[in-house]
Structures are given as structure tokens and as C-alpha cells.
Write a protein that binds this ligand. Structure first.
Ligand SMILES: Nc1ncnc2c1ncn2[C@@H]1O[C@H](COP(=O)(O)OP(=O)(O)O)[C@@H](O)[C@H]1O
Ligand SMILES: [Mg+2]
Length: 246
């Protein structure tokens, strides 16, 4: 079956320094794939390269396909128009606009064939908290509410695939699993999701497959059931020395 999203031999370097080294991975339809790794491992570099975004001037090689179509040559905005939606690290909302205005600005494409369509009502059902904040400006929201709003905006654009770069960053530990489980509920309705997550324990509760990135390379990957007991995951992230944050 054709993967919803796949990248093949993706390599990214900044001024000759390789930040991502020949990474290949795929996200099947209705699948949630987790990508974990230490700070600086190259997680954001990977998802940014997949989405065609660049911070600075990276040299990118390799290919990216969306529902089987090669989108490697497309600019970031064109990839988004085709339904590859990345919610980047940090906030991706308008601070001066209210929640309603932030959501109201997103236009779904006319042709939604192959896309996962969500209404504003769907967004409020998924994140009831946002309903209480409709008239609040983006800049006055908590970190968690901003993440919900950023995800809501991506959903309104009718994604084929949703990529989330550390959506739980800055969230109180007790809120992390709740957010990830709400995102999982979208996957259970068919939306493919690639999730970059620093909380490995929480990620393992929601994803189907997990990849471990180290210094720009995938050093381990497989079904969650297997990765839960992978020595590299256990020692670095789940062992007795690891802080239990989930
Ligand atoms: N714009 C840039 N210019 C130069 N180096 C960068 C840039 N962005 C990231 N890097 C380098 O690439 C590596 C991976 O960074 P990043 O993808 O942000 O890691 P992660 O998201 O896993 O924490 C790091 O060594 C970082 O310093
Ligand atoms: Mg990052």
C-alpha cells in the first residue's frame, strides 16, 4: 500500500555540517508514528525538511512523497496546499487575534479529495478548552491552549498528513498525555500523524511505531510493542534513572 507520507534518504546539512544523514521513514494511512531523540538529534531538521521549511540555509537531498506523489521539488507553501501540514516547534498562531479569528482565517481547499476535513465545531469538540477561550487573544493563552489552537488551525486546512513538532513542549506533565490522546483520537478516525515528542513514555502510549534519532541518523525503529523493550529506549528514556514525567 502507498504510504501517506514517506521520505527516502533525506540528508540535510548546514554549511557542510550534516544535521540529518540519509533518513528514510514512512507514515501509513491511519497510523501515528513517533520520532524521539535527544536535543539536537535532528528531529526538527527532519520534519522541517519533509515540510520544505528551512531555518537558515540547509542543503537538502533525498525525496519526500505524499500519497505516492513526489513533492520534493515543491516549496513549503505548496506542500501545505497539498495537505502536508506541519505544526512547528513553538507557537504557530496570531498573538494579536482572538481564538475565533485565528480559526476563522484558515481556508480549506476547494478540492478535498483524499483529505481529512474538519470543521470549527470539530475543533471545539476535540478541544473544549478552546471554546471557553473563543474571545481571548492568542497571546493571552496558556502554552497548552496555544498548542490546541495551532493544531486546530492545521486541522481546518484539511490535512492529508499532520506533523507535530513537540506539541507537548512547555506543557505541565499532567496535561501531556491528555493532549496526545486527543491527537490519537484523530488518528483513529483515519488521519496519519507524525509526532515529534520529547516525552518518550507518553509517546509510547499513543503511537503505533517509534523511531529513535541520534546525531542525524535513525538508530532504532519498530512497532511500539517492540520499542518499549528496546535497550536503547529503556536505558535512555524509561530506565530507573530516567525521570518519570508521564
Ligand atoms: N538553522 C540552522 N543552522 C545551523 N545549524 C542548525 C540549524 N538548525 C539546526 N541546526 C543544527 O542541526 C542539529 C539538529 O538540530 P534540530 O533539528 O533542531 O534538533 P532537535 O529538533 O532534535 O532538537 C543541531 O546540531 C543544530 O545545531
Ligand atoms: Mg526540535
Amino acid at each position: 500500500m502507498t504510504a501517506a507520507l514517506a521520505c527516502s534518504h533525506l540528508t540535510v546539512s548546514y554549511d557542510g555540517n550534516v544535521a540529518l544523514n540519509g533518513v528514510s521513514l514512512s507514515v501509513g494511512s491511519g497510523q501515528m508514528i513517533g520520532l524521539v531523540g535527544a536535543n539536537g538529534a535532528g528531529k526538527s531538521t527532519l520534519v522541517n525538511a519533509v515540510a520544505g521549511w528551512s531555518r537558515g540555509r540547509p542543503a537538502v537531498s533525498g525525496s519526500v512523497t505524499l500519497d505516492g506523489a513526489d513533492i520534493s521539488a515543491l516549496a513549503a507553501h505548496a506542500r501545505a496546499q497539498h495537505g502536508l501540514l506541519l505544526v512547528p516547534e513553538g507557537k504557530n498562531i496570531f498573538a494579536e487575534l482572538t481564538v475565533d479569528e485565528n480559526l476563522g482565517l484558515v481556508r480549506a481547499p476547494r478540492d478535498v479529495a483524499g483529505r481529512h476535513v474538519f470543521s470549527i465545531a470539530d475543533v471545539f469538540n476535540l478541544f473544549p478548552r478552546l471554546t471557553e477561550r473563543r474571545t481571548y487573544k492568542g497571546g493571552s493563552l496558556s502554552g497548552g491552549e496555544r498548542q490546541m489552537l495551532a493544531v486546530g488551525r492545521a486541522l481546518l486546512a484539511a490535512p492529508r498528513v499532520l506533523i507535530l513538532d513537540e506539541p507537548s513542549a512547555g506543557l505541565a506533565p499532567r496535561l501531556i498525555l491528555d493532549l496526545l490522546e486527543r491527537i490519537r483520537s484523530l488518528v483513529d478516525r483515519g488521519l496519519p500523524v507524525l509526532l515529534v515528542e520529547q516525552n518518550v513514555k507518553a509517546a509510547l502510549k499513543v503511537v503505533d511505531h517509534l523511531y529513535l534519532l541520534e546525531r542525524g541518523r535513525i538508530i532504532a525503529g519498530g512497532p511500539t510493542t517492540v520499542m518499549k523493550s528496546d535497550a536503547r529506549i529503556v536505558e535512555a528514556y524509561l530506565g530507573t534513572l530516567a525521570v518519570d514525567r508521564a
